[in-house]
Design a protein around this ligand. Structure first.
Ligand code: FMN
Length: 234
């Protein structure tokens, strides 16, 4: 376990040195750290298995080591599966407890996904179906949260942030299906936007980013900064 922890630390340190702006530690989707957390997969009988505190122990130790290794001031956050969607599995109250402990360790945000651990999972897949979990964690802990999952419309993303359900929205498939170019929202979103450019001309350039500003506001900004506001909705 110490070796695995050190490998996570080494990877984070490499990413830091390469100039990445933040580090996300993956504790979701059935990967190793999720397997420690969930009672469905953690069968250990030592201090790393059994009670919730014990199941959280290795992920928290690992997070603390990664946080310590990454440059101060550079955000380190965690992606979790807020529920296993399976009876007897990890759930939202566990996720709130984990988020609080992570907050105490300096975690910058919780990226709230679900599932991926158990073949018994039953997921009610509807638009924004994971957003409520981000909202619960945000309200219970005061942490910055990132919502994800079937957010496919610009207005939907705007509403999630504007209503305080989450602080940021991550987009997966909508961006893959309809990419308009690096750092720009999907073309389809631009077409649906009612906004007009200062010249009144609707075009691909007249597209919303998730900060609520249109691309002509940001045209002069470095591309990297625009990508950041798109993907993090900050
Ligand atoms: C092709 C593809 C690859 C993905 N790879 C990862 C991954 O490596 N790690 C991860 O945490 N999530 C991964 N995801 C999940 C997405 O990050 C996201 O949580 C999920 O697609 C739900 O968001 P969406 O409805 O906006 O697509 C992947 C999704 C897709 C479609």
């Amino acid at each position: 376990m110490a070796k695995v922890r050190d490998q996570f630390v080494a990877a984070a340190r490499r990413a830091d040195e390469l100039g990445f702006d933040g580090i996300e530690v993956h504790m979701a989707h059935g990967y190793l750290l999720h397997e420690f957390l969930s009672p469905l997969s953690n069968e250990r009988s030592d201090e790393y298995g059994g009670s919730l505190d014990n199941r959280m122990r290795f992920p928290l130790e690992l997070f603390a080591a990664v946080r310590e290794a990454v440059s101060p001031g550079k955000p380190v956050w965690v992606r979790i599966s807020a529920t296993d969607w399976a009876e007897g599995g990890w759930g939202i109250s566990d996720s709130v407890a984990l988020s609080q402990r992570l907050k105490d360790l300096g975690c910058a945000a919780i990226h709230v996904s679900t599932g991926g651990l158990s073949t018994a999972q039953r997921i009610p897949v509807t638009p924004g179906y994971q957003v409520e979990f981000a909202k619960t964690i945000k309200q219970a802990t005061g942490m910055t949260t990132i919502a994800v999952g079937l957010v496919t419309e610009a207005q939907q993303a705007e509403t999630i942030v504007a209503t305080g359900h989450a602080d940021a929205v991550a987009i997966g498939r909508a961006a893959l299906y309809d990419p308009a170019g690096p750092g720009m929202p999907p073309l389809r979103w631009a077409h649906r936007s009612k906004r007009r450019s200062p010249t009144g001309k609707a075009s691909r350039e007249n597209s919303l980013n998730f900060s609520g500003r249109s691309s002509w506001d940001t045209a002069e900004q470095p591309r990297r900064q625009r990508i950041s506001s798109l993907s993090l909705a900050l």
